[in-house]
Design a binder for this molecule. Sequence first.
Ligand code: AHG
Ligand code: MN
Ligand code: MN
Length: 326
Amino acid sequence: MLRLTQFLKQYNTDTELVELINLMMSACKEVNAKLHDGALAGVLGETEQENVQGETQKKLDVLANDLLKHDLDECHLVRGLASEEEDLPVACNPDGRFLVAFDPLDGSSNIDINVTVGTIFSILEAPADCHGDEEEAFLQPGDKQVAAGYVLYGPSCILAITTGKGVHMFTLGHNGEFYLTRENVRVPETTKEFAINMSNQRFWEAPVQRYIADLLQGEEGPRGKRYNMRWIASMVAEVHRILTRGGVFMYPWDNREPHKPGKLRLMYEGNPMSMLIEQAGGRSINTRQRIMEVQPTQIHQRVSVVLGSREEVDVVQRYHEEADAN
Ligand code: AHG
Ligand code: MN
Ligand code: MN
């Protein structure tokens, strides 16, 4: 079986990028170990603090952030980092070539119930002359990402990664090595499965209401087939399911907090997941436009997300265009 480093070399991946990916994986293995120890390590539960987005931090949100931050800061290749759990970007090494944006622990409401969580990351080239702690340096559209991926901490620990040459998956073995387990993952173009938090239904826009209502009508409805629904409340787990068997995942804008464009964050959730999904042949939009074309204006900005199997994302986009035209 092929090890991660061997595989990346076979794909002629830039050697510095290989080094950075390996370094991030060593931090993610430490996160994985802490998650496995769970209550034995005293790491479950909440802290007394909130992050800049007003969310109460779990102990493991902070721990995962500290582990990644520590390793990235020591890496000569990293100019700066931005994290969901850091108010502002952090300067690392003045000569570093890359910027890394990450969600240290995604799906953290699942930690205390022992359900799948993950780490999401996005790697950008650092613009010349930046120190790594300027927000503007990070504000590059998702199309500029040089690599993106996630590590899923579930029944197995799995890395899904793209450097712009397809999406590949690696499973962590007991010996601490990631081995290639799926090469060139493709998202099926059609599906009968959707994922959305239905409890927000009354807050959605009309085209989202129309789309989900169609799906719920099953064989008798305009889509002519019966759909199944899943909601894990962990984007990593939902995207992993979609990369594995197709589906559509939506976290659209809603009018609970109308001034925010959505719940999920563009720089370390929307963009890296969009790169993975598009590299696997799926689509990812903010209901009206490709997410990776959105020009970011803030490091923690939100984005509406619709991603997955091409046929479903096309329908959602068409319903929004039809609504906008009226
Ligand atoms: P995080 O734990 O990093 O804050 O992200 C959680 C996100 C995402 O993973 C998931 O899809 C969504 O929040 C779930 O939100 P609801 O609890 O509103 O369903
Ligand atoms: Mn998240
Ligand atoms: Mn998080």
